[in-house]
Design a protein around this ligand. Structure first.
Ligand SMILES: Nc1ncnc2c1ncn2[C@@H]1O[C@H](COP(=O)(O)OP(=O)(O)O)[C@@H](O)[C@H]1O
Ligand SMILES: [Mg+2]
Length: 495
């Protein structure tokens, strides 16, 4: 189904700013629909010649009331309507005035009351908002009358182009509904009336005195947005709390007449449950973050213990082995460090890569200077995949800086060692290429028979755990020489 913006730009001659205005109107007209217990239609003139010489109408929007059953079962959005079927809409377009009358609706035997309100924007009538009112059950109650009078004031604002407001943040999914409770404030800030649900909400905030005739401040309630909407004619929202458990959202809709604020409709919504839920979610997130933090700290403790032990050892072999173990533990800690900042099922792998590069530089670069360059990125990966992949990459990067340039080039001190890590996602795989411009792999090197621990770990992680592939090859001398390691792991891999 086409959106309002698509329909309007394809079928009408309305410009972008007028379409924006209509979008803002339909974003907040659920309020209008509920206040008037009516179905709403938004119609604009079609910008194509018609067979009868008069422009047809296209329905750009449709809204059903939440507090009444609808009169219109069909979805009319995008349909073309003949002007002779909607003479009052035509009249409203021609006269620029609100036209009130009756219209015959398909699946109802009787005619129903209809209001056709011109939607004015920049001095032009860009659309007609039609309101089709369903039968009222008996005479309108006091609240129904009050709702209808607010609706009428808002309709005048639509015709004066003061509603919808120019601000973007007027409406949205969080907008309280009419049924949640309404307080009508007069031009001097005093409560004109409060619906039963609004009174309940005030009780929840500890205000039991009758509110009519008093300002909210006199009642002991400080809601600055109400005063601000009165003063500046801006719609605004504020959450008012009582202790930890009660939270009521006040949504203020200023009413204007000839440019002056004559009152404010305050929609109230009890969001205490939502807030509690939010707090639970936040607590859980904090707990997960804390766990990662502790895991990271524990791993760091282990790596320091290994370092201490390495220092105490006289055997060079033992020192090296312990040093490597320390580095492996630290590469796992890197992942938990990132997760402790942003816990979740997924992790931004590129942050991990940055830390891994620092780690490798830190452990081996003292041997000889090497530039490590990272190209591309892997984006977010599942945490299950990120941890083993980080360990394998740390291993391969270490090998490159450690082995590729050992005794390389003899007296040729001009040779600058460069290790490039290229990352990308391709065809559902995470691809990592580690390339160096060093001495290359030895004659008898074979990845498939590694006796040394480092590559055994890498092979186990990439092939057995992550069901991926790894290839190691010499880069031809003409292409710069050195070693290329290519790792590909399915993004869906779970060890
Ligand atoms: N980028 C590289 N350039 C040259 N030789 C390499 C490279 N990567 C690995 N090798 C060779 O593969 C051997 C095995 O590596 P590895 O299993 O990590 O063990 P270790 O790093 O402990 O020697 C290394 O000793 C080295 O000879
Ligand atoms: Mg190694």
């Amino acid at each position: 189904m086409a959106t309002l913006a698509e329909l309007a730009s394809q079928r009408t001659s309305l410009d972008d700013s007028a379409i924006d205005h209509l979008l803002r109107l339909t974003a907040s007209w659920s309020l209008l629909s509920d206040l008037s217990f009516s179905d709403m239609l938004l119609m604009a003139k079609v910008d194509e010649p018609s067979s009868h010489g008069e422009p047809n109408f296209v329905v750009l929007g449709q809204m059903r009331p939440n507090n009444r059953s609808t009169l219109i079962n069909d979805d009319l959005v995008g349909t073309t309507q003949r002007p002779d079927a909607w003479p009052l809409v035509r009249l409203a377009f021609e006269s620029g005035n609100r036209i009130v009358g009756e219209v015959k609706v398909e699946n109802i035997d009787d005619t129903v009351p209809v209001w056709c309100v011109p939607v004015r924007f920049n001095g032009r009538i860009v659309a007609i908002m039609a309101r089709l009112q369903g039968p009222l059950r008996g005479p309108a109650s006091l609240y129904e009358q009050a709702y209808l009078s607010i609706f009428e004031r808002l309709c005048s604002m639509v015709a004066d182009s003061t509603f919808p407001y120019r601000e973007e943040d007027v409406a949205g999914p969080g907008l309280p509904r009419v049924g949640d409770g309404i307080i009508l404030i007069d031009g001097r800030g005093r409560v004109e009336f409060a619906t039963p649900n609004a009174t309940n909400a005030l009780h929840r905030l500890g205000i039991y005195a009758p509110s009519e005739g008093h300002t909210l401040r006199e009642l002991g309630l400080k809601v600055r947005v109400v005063e601000r909407s009165l003063e500046f004619a801006f719609p605004a929202m504020e959450e008012v709390d009582r202790g930890h458990d009660v939270a009521i959202l006040f949504h203020c809709v200023p009413l204007l007449e000839h440019g002056l604020v004559t009152g404010v409709v305050v929609l109230l919504r009890d969001v205490s449950d939502l807030r509690q839920l939010n707090r639970l979610v936040l607590n859980k997130e904090a707990a997960v973050r804390e766990v990662h933090h502790r895991v990271k700290n524990n791993l760091q403790t282990i790596s320091s213990l290994l370092r201490l032990q390495a220092r105490r050892s006289d055997e060079p072999e033992t020192r090296i082995a312990l040093g490597e173990a320390e580095r492996r533990v630290r590469s796992i800690a890197v992942v938990h460090e990132v997760l402790s900042r942003e816990p979740g099922e997924e992790v931004v792998f590129d942050e991990i890569v940055r830390s891994l590069v620092l780690l490798v530089e830190d452990t081996v670069l003292a041997l000889h200077p090497v530039d490590i360059i990272v190209n591309g990125e892997l984006g977010t990966l599942s945490t299950d995949l990120a941890t083993p992949l980080a360990v394998a990459l740390a291993e391969l990067l270490t090998n490159a800086v450690e082995h590729a340039f050992a005794d390389f080039g003899g007296d040729d001190n001009d040779h600058v060692g460069v290790v490039t890590l290229s990352l990308r996602q391709e065809g559902g795989n995470a691809i990592a290429e580690i390339r160096d411009n060093g001495r290359g792999l030895g004659e008898d090197f074979s990845l498939d028979v590694p006796t040394s621990l480092g590559l055994s770990i890498v092979r186990d992680i990439i092939r057995a755990q992550l069901h991926g592939t790894i290839e190691m090859s010499n880069v031809p001398f003409a292409k710069g020489g050195g070693t290329l390691v290519r790792v590909a792991v399915p993004m869906t891999a779970r060890p």
